[in-house]
Design a protein around this ligand. Structure first.
Ligand SMILES: Cc1ncc(COP(=O)(O)O)c(C=O)c1O
Length: 461
């Protein structure tokens, strides 16, 4: 701590990092709002929970205000506003495709409400057409990319290393073992616990080499780094990609599922009702073609308007630039956290490790949820604690045994171990990291005091 320089001051002169963070910060709504502390004072809130969801861009809010007076029913509406709304909704698909370099003709963009819904829809569809009954998921997935598959396929989990990185060796072993039976390899683009960026192109090439397809859960990757689905004839083509607008500064209920149209031509959609039918009698049901076929009910047009604006704003900043800035920021945070002996980081922290801007840690002798509460009450710092909806992954990182898990499963009054996660957005800055690290060091030095203070507030644990 003593040797830490003030990075912001230092870099202002050296490479203009201050300018980057100040410029990006201005794009996001609510970043300077004051939040109350336990002592009754107010401070500018610090949001380090962007992996869960991000605040909106100001441009997104302006888009909503600009578009809302023109909002109307789409597709079958014939008025001017309906035609305008339909165009915006349909044009959005192309803008989203371009953002991830999806195939202009073969791929479709299905609007959903989230990554979770996108994966459930794809799972439903692949199960209908499937002769192969195995899905290769991994031990590092968010539950959204695990539980849906369990219901309809035999799921085999690709293993991870001691430090939680995906084992390509194990992936290939499993592809070989189950050759001809694997419907899909499904893998997260970046972990929501350790921040590792997976080698998705290598994984895609391996999947194709063994005659199967790949889904990338892009919920944590797409908001933070450039992604390219690559051409269909490339071995490292990404077959399916899913992600959520609410993690991309447009939190208004939109997710997407991108993939080959032919996957969605045959079979039944998950949701049935109005909006996605051409003609229905009591004798037959004729559905629309994809993507409309999968979008039953009244579509979230304003959500699409917001998302498209969010994507345009991200594009105008540049995903490479965002990734670079956030990588520098998380590296700075890691270095700060590493200076506190009581803190253990749950990942490989090598600076060459490819990661998005999040990291999880624990403080020796301090329950994760209590620490998260202290950060909020003492300094207005919002983080997340627990198992981050990636239970098997965190359980493995924490080396919890089957017996431990059985115990927690049957004793609901016993707190489950977990971690604290900080996840940065493009508007976070070095000053905020300094405040976090300083407070964590202070808590680590005065654990007894803080535990007493906040256990009393919280009641007994
Ligand atoms: C890696 C990953 N996948 C999937 C999801 C689920 O996303 P959503 O809540 O938008 O459905 C999340 C959410 O945190 C995530 O981090």
């Amino acid at each position: 701590m003593k040797n830490r320089k003030n990075k912001e001051r230092q870099e202002m002169g050296e490479c203009g990092a201050m300018n980057v963070s100040t410029e990006l910060r201005k794009l996001v709504l609510g970043v300077d709002e004051k939040v109350p502390l336990a002592n009754g004072k107010y401070v500018t809130g610090i949001n380090f929970d962007n992996a869960a969801t991000t605040p909106p861009f100001i441009s997104v809010m302006e888009e909503i205000m600009d578009f809302a007076p023109w909002y109307s029913s789409i597709h079958r509406g014939t008025g001017y506003k309906s035609r305008l709304s339909s165009k915006l909704y349909e044009d959005g698909r192309k803008i989203i495709k371009d953002f991830v370099n999806a195939d202009e003709y073969r791929d479709i963009v299905i609007y959903t409400k989230s990554t979770t819904e996108s994966i459930n829809i794809l799972c439903h569809r692949l199960a209908q057409e499937s002769k192969q009954h195995i899905v290769l998921s991994t031990e590092m997935e968010h539950l959204a990319n695990d539980l849906p598959w369990r219901e309809k396929f035999q799921v085999e989990y690709v293993g991870i290393t001691e430090e939680g990185q995906l084992s390509l060796y194990d992936l290939e072993k499993k592809l070989l073992k189950y050759a001809g039976k694997v419907k899909l390899v499904t893998v997260t683009g970046a972990s929501n616990v350790t921040g590792y960026i997976n080698p998705i192109y290598e994984i895609a090439a391996l999947a194709h080499q063994y005659g199967t397809q790949i889904l990338v859960d892009g919920a944590q990757l797409v908001p933070h780094a450039p992604i390219d689905m690559k051409p269909y004839d490339a071995m490292d083509h990404i077959d399916y990609l899913v992600f959520s607008a609410h993690k991309m500064y447009a939190p208004f209920g939109i997710g997407v599922l991108i993939g080959h149209k032919k996957t969605f031509v045959k079979g039944e959609p998950v949701y049935k009702g109005g909006g996605n039918v051409r003609l229905v009698s009591h004798q037959f049901v004729e559905l629309e073609d994809p993507p409309a076929k999968e979008e039953s009910g009244t579509p979230n047009v304003i959500g699409v308007a917001a998302f498209v604006r969010g994507i345009k704003t991200l594009g105008s900043i540049g995903m490479n630039r965002i990734h670079q800035y956030e990588s520098d920021l998380i590296r700075y945070a890691i270095e700060g956290l590493q200076e506190i002996p009581e803190i253990k980081l749950y990942c490989n922290c090598d600076k060459n490790e490819k990661r998005v801007s999040l990291i999880s840690f624990a403080m020796q002798g301090m329950p994760h949820d209590l620490l998260a509460q202290i950060l909020s009450c003492e300094a207005g710092i919002g983080v997340r604690s627990g198992l981050f909806c990636a239970h098997p992954y965190v359980e493995k990182l924490l080396k919890m045994s089957t017996e431990d898990l059985e115990y927690f499963h049957h004793h609901h009054d016993v707190p489950v171990p977990g971690l604290v996660r900080i996840s940065l957005g493009l508007y976070n800055n070095y000053h905020e990291i300094d405040l976090l690290v300083k407070l964590l060091a202070e808590i680590a030095e005065n654990k007894h005091y803080y535990k007493q203070k906040y256990r009393q507030m919280k009641g007994s644990r």
